[in-house]
Design a protein around this ligand. Structure first.
Ligand SMILES: [Zn+2]
Ligand SMILES: [Zn+2]
Length: 464
């Protein structure tokens, strides 16, 4: 490692001796040094990426992936702890006085059969946590996150002379089911390891050209609530509806009435989504069933709006059932199918600081503001503990620019995250992932400016 660094430094005419402070390095020289290191590491990182892509693992089953992460971090001299929150891996890299920055990457893949046709496409099937056989694909680019995470660790270890503080490397399981961050926090992530002053993450994004950085300030990812509704009536023969309380008609009224929550109850301009994604009831043409099951997904940004949506759903369900003459003991049952994935609030001060840095590293036109997404991301949880740690997550474009151009010109579908055809372009994507995360850490831990602990932890409004 050090021999390679010394060679690189020689080639660049820079003085870098690991362990010795070098606060005088000019920003351009440091950027050149990082770029040279990223270029030198790239062939190995692409090999890791291809290997991870070909061997995806489902949520909380990321055993092989976690092993690769642990070995790679250990080989760099980073102190590694495995099995934090089931399959999570934590690495601690201490390098003198200064703040602690958490770098988080997620490891899990999705139950999707890959259709990219890539030479390194996944052919994997595995049993999920419920024991169901599933095809598996890295369709959300978490393989690129992990390859980028390893690249960032290598780069930061090689540049220890240029920063001071502690980096907490967190390889998280089970982002796709919204459970991994919570599992790691419940397993003592911030008690057993240095609690961070800042938490950083990135996500490869299918709507941005490969290598371009996108960002949002404030609410960035949405609250995700999954709701089950059991609409109950009294079944009977389809020819004699007057002797029943038909739950199908009631469910239809409920689905329609739910559309008025966002349009009639929220202040115009308040972003929120109420989607009924599943409706099931009945077995046959001429039987009125006893019940109908609905499954909903809700999206919002602030906690009060999320709670409002749920309160309104209960009110509408119960009172439409009463209007239909359903007795109190047969009113609809509204339950939360899983715990809320809270919205991500990108700390504006921290995000502005980092995007200012990114503009210097990538150039003005490769750092673009993006709209918040209605997707969910459990990275939020690291900012929702009582430590109120400021977070920032940014997007790294992964898309082939030719596909974006074709999409704009002909309307051809753009394979996006969670699509069986999603195929990020490895080189610009991985290089931008490593470079942006390294730049962010160097900004927060760079010498000589010593940052105060939690200096950016201010100004988050209530409800986020
Ligand atoms: Zn995803
Ligand atoms: Zn993802």
């Amino acid at each position: 490692m050090r021999a390679r660094l010394a060679l690189l430094s020689l080639a660049l005419g820079l003085s870098v001796s690991a362990g010795a402070a070098n606060p005088e390095a000019r920003p351009e020289a440091l950027r050149a040094l990082v770029q040279a290191r990223v270029a030198a590491e790239y062939p190995s990182l692409e090999a890791i990426y291809r290997d991870l892509h070909a061997h995806p693992e489902l949520s909380f089953l990321e055993v092989r992936t976690a092993g690769i992460v642990a070995n790679e971090l250990r080989a760099l001299g980073i102190t590694v702890t495995e099995h934090v929150g089931n399959t999570g891996v934590v690495g601690v890299l201490r390098n003198g006085q200064g703040p602690t920055v958490m770098v988080r990457a997620d490891m899990d893949a999705l139950p999707i059969r890959e259709e990219t046709g890539l030479p390194y496409a996944s052919k994997v099937e595995m049993d999920d946590l419920a024991g169901r056989r599933q095809p598996v694909m890295h369709a959300c680019a978490h393989d690129a996150h992990i390859a980028g995470f390893i690249g960032t660790a290598r780069t930061l270890v090689g540049l220890q002379a240029h920063w001071s503080g502690t980096v907490l490397f967190v390889a998280q399981p089970a982002e796709e089911i919204g459970g991994g961050a919570l599992a790691m926090l419940n397993d003592g992530l911030f008690e057993r390891f240095p609690a961070p002053d800042y938490a950083l993450a990135l996500h490869v994004w299918g709507s941005l050209p490969a290598g371009v950085i996108g960002f949002a300030e404030g609410p960035t990812y949405a609250n995700v609530d999954s709701v089950d509704i059991l609409v109950r009536g009294y079944g009977g023969h389809g020819s004699r509806p007057h002797l029943t309380k038909d739950p199908i008609v009631l469910a239809a009224e409920i689905v329609t009435a739910l559309q008025t929550i966002v349009s009639r109850e929220l202040e115009p301009g308040t972003p929120a989504v109420v989607t009924v994604g599943s409706i099931h009831g009945g077995t046959k043409h001429n039987i009125i069933p006893d019940d109908v099951k609905l499954q909903l997904t809700l999206r919002s940004y602030s906690d009060p709006v999320a709670d409002h949506l749920i309160g309104s759903i209960r009110r509408i369900c119960e009172n439409l059932a009463r209007a239909a003459g359903v007795s109190e003991d047969r009113l609809p049952v509204v339950t939360m199918a899983e715990q809320r994935t809270p919205s991500v609030y990108n700390d504006p001060t921290l995000t502005r600081r980092l995007t200012g840095s990114f503009r210097q590293w990538f150039g003005e036109n490769r750092v673009v503001p993006e709209k918040p997404t209605t997707g969910g991301e459990d990275f939020a949880r690291y900012g929702r503990t009582n430590r109120r740690i400021p977070l920032s997550i940014w997007w790294v474009g992964g898309q082939d620019p030719a596909k974006i151009e074709a999409n704009l010109r002909t309307g051809a579908p753009l394979p996006w995250n969670h699509s069986a055809q999603f195929a990020p372009v490895p080189e610009p994507t991985l290089k931008a992932a490593v470079t942006s995360m390294t730049a962010a850490v160097l900004d927060l831990l760079g010498k000589p400016a010593a940052q105060e602990r939690g200096a950016d932890a201010r100004g988050r409004p209530a409800g986020y």
